[in-house]
Design a binder for this molecule. Structure first.
Ligand code: NAD
Ligand code: MG
Length: 386
C-alpha cells in the first residue's frame, strides 16, 4: 500500500488522478488532498477518500464547509493563500508519492519540500522545473526524493527509455498545434477566450489550455525535458502532430527512433508515475487500434506565428532567471486574457516585452527565483497600466 497526496485534487489532473486511485484501492491509499478554493468539490472528495489531511489553500472563509462532519482525527489546514498547506501535505509522514497537480508557480514550494523529504513526486506541475529546475534537482539529490513526470510527452520519453542501456541522442516532443494550428495570424490575435479553450484533443484546465493555444506550453515542456533528462537544448525538438497519438520520439546514437503511442488520456501517465518502473493495473484508457486511428501526420511548428514558443526555448537556453521570468510573464498575461482584460494577441507581446526588459541573473536560491517571478509579474502589471 502506497500513501498518496494529491495536490490540486479538484483540477483536471487532480480529478484524473483520483479516477486512477479509485480504480486501485488495493495498491494506493489517499492520505492527503488539497485544493485551491473549490470547497464543495473538495468536501465530496474527502467524503469518498477519507484522507488524514485536507488542505484548502485559499480557504480562510470557506473551510467551515469542509470542517462540518469531519472526524476529529483528520487534520484540516485552511489559510488565505499560503503554500503552508501544500508543504504540510507534501511532507506528511504517511505519504510516499506526491501527485503535484497544482497549476503554476504556486506548486514550486510543495515540489521542493516533497523532494527534500525523500518522497516520489509525480510531477504534473511543470512550472516547478521551468522556474527552478536546478534547485528542484538539487532538492531531490539532497533529500533522496525522485521526480517522475506526469506530462504525457515526458512520460512517453521515460517509457521509451525504460531498459535502455544507452543515453538518448535526441528527444522529439509532439504538439497537437492547439486550436489555432491552421488559423491566419490576424484571426488568432483577436481569438476569444472560448475559442482559446477549445483544445482539439485534450480537456485540461484553463491556464494550460491557453498555453497550448499560444504554444508556450511546448516551450515550457522543452525546458522541463532539459532538466528531467539532462539533454542540452540542441538535442530537444518539437513536431506538430494534430492527432496527439504519438506522445514523443526518442532517438539513439545508431539512428533508431522509439515512440510511445496511445489515445490521449492523462490517466496512463498518472498511473505510470505511481507504479514506475513497473506497469501494473489498467489505466482505463480505450485500447489503441492503428486502423481505426487513421493517418498520423506531422508538420513543423509555424515559428513566425507562434512566437512565444521560440522565445520560451531561447529563455530556457539563457538559463538563470530567464525561464523564471518567461513563466511568470506568461502566467500574468494568461490570467489577464482569461479575465478579458487583454486580447489573445497581447499575451505574446507582453511576454516578449518583459523578456526584452529583463537582465538575466543567476538564481541559486529559492528567494532569487521568487524575486525574478515577482519582478516579471510587476512588469506585466506596469505594462497593463495597473
Ligand atoms: P486546473 O486549473 O484544472 O487545476 C489546478 C488545481 O490546482 C486545482 O485543484 C486548483 O484548486 C489548484 N490550485 C490553483 N491555484 C492554486 C494555488 N495558488 N495554491 C494551491 N492550489 C491551487 O489545472 P490542470 O489542467 O489540472 O493542470 C495542473 C498542472 O498540470 C499544470 O501545471 C499543468 O501545466 C499540468 N498539466 C496538465 C495537463 C492536463 O491534461 N490538464 C497535462 C499535462 C500537464
Ligand atoms: Mg504535455
Amino acid at each position: 500500500m502506497r500513501g498518496v497526496a494529491v495536490l490540486g485534487s479538484t483540477g483536471s489532473i487532480g480529478e484524473s488522478a483520483l479516477a486512477v486511485l479509485r480504480r486501485h484501492p488495493e495498491r494506493f491509499r489517499v492520505v492527503a488532498l488539497t485544493a485551491g478554493s473549490n470547497a464543495d468539490r473538495l468536501k465530496q472528495q474527502v467524503e469518498e477518500f477519507r484522507p488524514e489531511f485536507v488542505g484548502l489553500v485559499n480557504g480562510a472563509k470557506t473551510h467551515r464547509l469542509i470542517d462540518e462532519g469531519l472526524p476529529a482525527s483528520v487534520r484540516l489546514c485552511a489559510y488565505s493563500s499560503s503554500p503552508s498547506c501544500l508543504i504540510e501535505a507534501a511532507t506528511h509522514p504517511g505519504v510516499d508519492v506526491v501527485i503535484n497537480a497544482v497549476v503554476g508557480f504556486a506548486g514550486l514550494d510543495a515540489t521542493l519540500a516533497a523532494l527534500r523529504a525523500g518522497k516520489r513526486v509525480a510531477l504534473a506541475n511543470k512550472e516547478s522545473l521551468v522556474t527552478a529546475g536546478s534547485l528542484v534537482l538539487e532538492a531531490a539529490r539532497a533529500g533522496g526524493g525522485e521526480i517522475i513526470p506526469v506530462d504525457s510527452e515526458h512520460s512517453a520519453v521515460l517509457q521509451c527509455l525504460a531498459g535502455a542501456r544507452s543515453a538518448p541522442s535526441r528527444l522529439v516532443l509532439t504538439a497537437s498545434g492547439g486550436p489555432f494550428r491552421t488559423w491566419e495570424p490576424d484571426r488568432i490575435a483577436s481569438a476569444t477566450v472560448t475559442e482559446a479553450l477549445q483544445h482539439p484533443t485534450w480537456r485540461m484546465g484553463s491556464k494550460i489550455s491557453v498555453d497550448s493555444a499560444t504554444l508556450v506550453n511546448k516551450a515550457l515542456e522543452i525546458i522541463e525535458a532539459h532538466f528531467l533528462f539532462g539533454l542540452s537544448y540542441d538535442r530537444l525538438d518539437v513536431v506538430v502532430h494534430p492527432q496527439s497519438i504519438v506522445h514523443a520520439f526518442v532517438e539513439f546514437e545508431d539512428g533508431s527512433m522509439l515512440a510511445q503511442l496511445g489515445i490521449p488520456s492523462m490517466e496512463l501517465p498518472i498511473l505510470y508515475a505511481l507504479t514506475y518502473p513497473e506497469r501494473v493495473g489498467d489505466a482505463g484508457t480505450r485500447r489503441f487500434d492503428p486502423v481505426a486511428a487513421g493517418p498520423l501526420t506531422f508538420e513543423p511548428v509555424r515559428l513566425e506565428v507562434f512566437r512565444g514558443f521560440a522565445l520560451g526555448v531561447e529563455m530556457g537556453r539563457k538559463g538563470g532567471s530567464a525561464p523564471t521570468v518567461f513563466n511568470a510573464a506568461n502566467e500574468a498575461a494568461v490570467a489577464a486574457f482569461l479575465d478579458n482584460r487583454i486580447p489573445f494577441g497581447r499575451i505574446g507581446e507582453l511576454i516578449e516585452r518583459v523578456a526584452t526588459d529583463h537582465d538575466v541573473t543567476p538564481v541559486d536560491t529559492v528567494e532569487a527565483v521568487r524575486e525574478a517571478d515577482r519582478w516579471a509579474r510587476a512588469r506585466v502589471r506596469e505594462l497593463l497600466g495597473e
